[in-house]
Design a protein around this ligand. Structure first.
Ligand code: ATP
Ligand code: MG
Length: 482
């Protein structure tokens, strides 16, 4: 006897039969109901690991039923079967807690993938409930929270109410397949949040693939995302799996999604809707099982208003919005974050017991951090490079009031940094626009033929700071190899 049972609610007898047969063939028991009333009775009598419901039923609609399940058995993943092309209903159901959707006519391969992920999600949730019997939210401990089975390496540091709330949301969203759009100021941890949603989900064993939509040239975008067949265009020397296929079974993180060119927006919309894609030059469609998370520091609704972003894609990416809180809104996390970064940065070095003096601490406490956590990280990195002993002094922090940086070219930078003042590193590290920083660094590196020592001098950074920024911005791998 199988220990897994699914509940299927569908009023059309032949579709009901088809669904239950497909599920049985996966070795899963299946109970069926023709309406919501029957379904409620079944739910009261048996435990299910996954539920599949039609949207239009004789005695109510699927969204109401999703809400009902949320109230009686919140851990039960429910997927809705929506009429083909009726994405509004599917999105509405996901906003109300549905795990995922599948369109009619139901593709059996897709259904299988969906059921498998749903069951894994349920098992994960049940496991968590066993290991954390008193709460669905992991306890925080000494600044290394999310002490969760599968997570941990990319921990979210902080105990402030916004962070506690965020942690709850991450764990909740990890149990869904719904697209999540992560918004928030620069440097607030949007990518970290996306990773945590992935690592806490049933998809954790499959890849997390981040894509910076602003960094891929427009003409290569389709092949980068969806792959291509050998010979489909000049330079396509062999078959290539795109990033979607690389993320199969896992999560794709579309960072800076506002930068997607319009022609790609149409293609992406189709893939999300159909859950299948076609490589460039291929005649075959392939089913894809990838969860889509996206982020942007831009206001996407304003981009829609301005005609730069398709409303229909916005609507599908933004099924659930998660806002990364600014550092200023959670100032009580500052000491933990400082400790966390200093520990990370000095790990394995002789600077292991580094501290801040009172003036440095006060200065940081009073600072607004327009660049948020990333800026804090950069300030500390710089301070570590500047400090001579084991105590960071206020002058090691550089001036903490730089709010804007112009497009500085290497020559301008040289002028700016003529006087080797402590502000030098800060101009780079505290810029609210990291793209400018990156361009400037790349331009300077090219200018010096990739002599990092010389480039660092020209940029007014220490060699170590530059090396750190190169690594942080991934400059060597992406920019040098083109
Ligand atoms: N709560 C947190 N705890 C620990 N580290 C954090 C936290 N929030 C952010 N960070 C760190 O801050 C840095 C910036 O985070 P991340 O890249 O995720 O931000 P972002 O919002 O994607 O930034 P951007 O808008 O510039 O793309 C990373 O090194 C990340 O690990
Ligand atoms: Mg980011």
């Amino acid at each position: 006897m199988s220990s897994v049972t699914a509940l299927v609610i569908e009023d059309e007898a032949d579709i009901r039969k088809l669904l239950s047969m497909a599920i049985n063939r996966m070795g899963i028991d299946c109970h069926v109901a023709a309406n919501l009333e029957e379904a409620r009775h079944l739910l009261a009598d048996a435990r299910y690991q996954v539920c599949l419901t039609d949207m239009k039923l004789p005695d109510g609609n699927g969204v109401d039923f999703v809400r009902y399940i949320q109230s009686v058995q919140p851990d039960l993943p429910v997927a809705v079967v929506s009429a083909h092309g009726n994405m509004e209903a599917a999105v509405e159901a996901m906003k109300n807690g549905a795990f995922d959707f599948v369109s009619k006519p139901v593709d059996i391969h897709l259904l299988r993938k969906l059921i498998t992920t749903a069951i894994a999600t349920h098992a994960t949730a049940a496991n968590d409930a066993r290991t954390q019997p008193h709460s669905s939210v992991p306890a925080t401990h000494g600044g290394t929270p999310i002490t969760h089975g599968r997570a941990g390496t990319h921990a979210l540091v902080g105990d402030s109410p916004p962070i506690q709330n965020l942690r709850k949301m991450i764990l909740k969203l990890a149990r869904s397949n719904a697209p999540v759009w992560i918004t928030g100021e620069s440097g607030t941890g949007k990518e970290l949040i996306a990773r945590l949603i992935h690592t806490n989900s049933a998809r954790a064993a499959a890849p997390f693939v981040p894509i910076n939509c602003g960094a891929i040239p427009s003409e290569l975008m389709e092949s980068e995302l969806f792959g291509h067949k050998k010979g489909s265009f000049t330079g396509a020397m062999q078959d290539h799996d795109g990033l979607f296929l690389q993320a199969e079974g896992g999560t794709l993180f579309l960072d800076e999604v506002a930068e997607l060119p319009l022609h790609m927006q149409v293609k992406l919309l189709r893939v999300i809707q159909e859950k299948s894609l076609r490589r460039v030059g291929d005649t075959q469609e392939q089913i894809t099982d990838v969860r889509i998370l996206s982020a942007s520091h831009k206001d996407l609704s304003a981009e829609v208003e301005a005609g730069r972003f398709r409303h229909d894609l916005y609507y599908r990416l933004n099924v659930i919005t998660l806002t990364a809180p600014s550092l200023a809104s959670r100032a009580s996390d500052l000491p933990q974050l400082i400790r966390h970064f200093l520990n990370n940065m000095t790990n394995g070095t002789h600077q292991a017991s580094i501290t801040l003096d009172d003036a440095a601490r006060t200065a940081l406490n009073q600072y607004a951090f327009p660049g948020n956590v990333r800026e804090l990280e950069n300030i500390l990195e710089r301070a570590l490079a500047m400090t001579e002993g084991n105590t960071i002094r206020v002058e090691d922090l550089g001036p903490l009031n730089i709010t804007s940086t112009n497009h500085l070219l290497p020559d301008d930078l040289q002028k700016t940094h003529r006087h080797d003042s402590p502000s030098n590193g800060a101009v780079h590290t505290q810029s609210p626009n990291r793209d400018i920083n990156k361009e400037t660094i790349v331009a300077t590196l090219e200018h010096t033929r990739w002599n990092r020592k010389q480039a660092a001098e020209q940029l007014g950074m220490t060699y170590r700071q530059l090396r750190y920024r190169i690594q942080q911005l991934g400059i060597i791998s992406s920019d040098k190899s083109d």
